[in-house]
Design a binder for this molecule. Structure first.
Ligand SMILES: [Zn+2]
Length: 251
């Protein structure tokens, strides 16, 4: 049984709507942007995909919901990566339009339960996703959104994540090591000194790029401390948080 929505035939998609289980569609979003000299540009989409796959697997036997993963939106608002090769951003209005139109189209067919799963926390990205949820609500489409930067949610994640010094550091690199170790340059990773940058405070002060934040190699935190074990543990927590949002969405 597939967990990927786009692998269904149209007949199977129609059958979902008529079936006894409420369909819940997960929309993984992220960004293509520099993650230090050691981690892949698609670090954020990898994390979103990993959470979605685990949540779908956990609920595979549920009698109440049928969780399917939509094709991801890997591009996001990535102005902080300016000056680094491989940073591929889209505008806030483009992201807003994509999310609103995808969710509206699905809702018009009866797929009214979409949950947005984001792991790119640049302020422009987070603000745009919140705005998209508001726009959809004004159109009568209640969309789930796991907002990982909300304090009550972040408090369940690792110390580095809570510190805000966490771009391509121990937190994110561990997650990539858990699912795609082949994409981490562990030699480069092991040589990186820890770098403490209070990203939320610096961003609030108006700094708007990694270089302006003093992140000359597009990372902060402690990537050399990353382990696959921590990544698997963090994925378990992220999956539990996502399951809560799925439950709220259909209850
Ligand atoms: Zn990231």
């Amino acid at each position: 049984m597939t967990h990927r929505f786009a692998e269904l035939t149209t007949a199977q998609a129609a059958a979902l709507l008529a079936g006894p289980r409420t369909p819940v569609l997960l929309l993984p979003v992220g960004a293509i942007e520099p993650h230090g000299p050691h981690a892949p540009l698609e670090t954020d989409p990898i994390i979103s995909a990993g959470m979605c796959a685990r949540a779908a697997e956990r609920l595979a036997g549920s009698p109440d919901v049928r969780v399917l993963i939509l094709p991801p939106l890997p591009y996001g608002v990535t102005e902080f990566g300016v000056g680094f090769a491989g940073a591929v951003g889209i505008g806030a209005d483009t992201l807003h339009a994509l999310v609103v139109e995808i969710c509206s189209t699905l809702a018009s067919q009866g797929f009214r339960n979409v949950v947005i799963v984001n792991n790119h926390f640049e302020p422009g990205q987070v603000a745009t996703l919140r705005r998209a949820v508001d726009t959809l609500a004004a159109r009568g489409v209640r969309t789930g959104y796991l907002d990982l930067v909300r304090r009550s949610v972040a408090s369940r994640l690792t110390e580095e994540f809570r510190s805000g010094s966490c771009h391509a550091g121990r937190y994110e690199t561990s997650l990539v090591l858990a699912d795609r170790p082949d994409l981490v340059d562990t030699t480069a990773m092991s040589a990186l000194p820890a770098l403490s940058v209070d990203m939320p405070a610096a961003m609030a002060a108006g700094h708007a790029s990694f270089t302006a934040l003093g992140m000359d190699r597009a990372y902060c935190g402690a990537p050399a401390e990353a382990t696959a074990e921590e990544g698997h543990a963090t994925f378990a927590t992220l999956t539990a948080l996502l399951l809560d949002v799925i439950h709220d969405q259909v209850s």
